[in-house]
Design a protein around this ligand. Sequence first.
Ligand code: GLY
Length: 373
Amino acid sequence: MPASGPRPDVLVVGGGLIGLLIARELIRGGARVEVVDDRRAGAASPNAAGMIAPIAESSTDAAFARMAITSRDLWARLAPALERESGISIDYDDTGSILPVLDEPGRKVLAGIRQQATDLGEPTAELGRTELLRLVPDLRPGIEAGLLLPGEHRVDNRLAAAAAAAALERQGVTLHRATVERVTEESAGVSAAGAGFARDAGAVVICGGAWTPAIQGLPTLPIRPVKGQMIAFDRIDWAFTGAIRTPSFYAVRRAGNRLLIGASVEHTGFDLSLTDDVGNGLASAAADLLPALRDRQPVEHWAGLRPGTPDGWPLVGQLSERLHIAAGHFRNGILLAPLTARMIAPMVLGRPAAPVVPVPAAMRPRRFGPCTR
Ligand code: GLY
């Protein structure tokens, strides 16, 4: 059934955190916006870890890290604004990430990471065992040092997405529940349609995560699902409320004494099955560093699908006159969401809204060659 009411200036297809923040940014720029989302199982936003970690979690590419740092800075201002606009607390934490020194080769790797952070103007600190134990009393014996990256943040991504949606609804934005199966660009706008849904808009922004290439009417886009399984433990009562990163896993705190452990990287298509080997592997890697976990059962085990691209950079920008895309953020969707919104809004609006952040060539959606569909 066609949605009713005057057509929006922009329809955002995909109501994950990226789509919601783009909608927010467009509204701030004066546009009338609607969002359509199908609450797909395995969508990345609700299943991510919520790390806002430009050094520890993003790539070693300095250009990418600079983007990530800019987005982290946007997050620090966005978090209180989202809470104010929605009335929902999003468990935003700016304590930092700890990278423990596990062995001699690891010490060298961490020295390199420390240098990279310093080169990017990011603060670092070395922690000795006493300080490490004060922060993370469950650390195993033998861990004598660690690198603290105090500029790294984290957020409860589920709460952040709920807050972004609630803030939009408070402003009267319509959030449709439907799957968009095709988009058709016409001379004066774009129509989006799927089972039981049809809507015309002045422009469309596609934020469909791993499912983006399934939308008919788009050029061929090399976005593929990359599954990540995670587990969570409860009863964590450390003073440290940030994230811990090792070469084999990350551990991210949540309010309410929870600790998330992630994540696998599996190229198994649209598969959300939970496997004991991965769940047990994560639990055992975590217990190796944090022996108190050895006797506990995870309270949750889940999987999400990251939207991967061949070069690890997202696709952000214009596909045609009225059709835009922000997808393919792979491991860094939560981190890069505010920056993506800031980048794409002026392109869609056709005028600067907030200070413009130009889209780097590395994110251009057509960089993989001619689009054929
Ligand atoms: N950013 C965390 C992950 O993709 O596993």
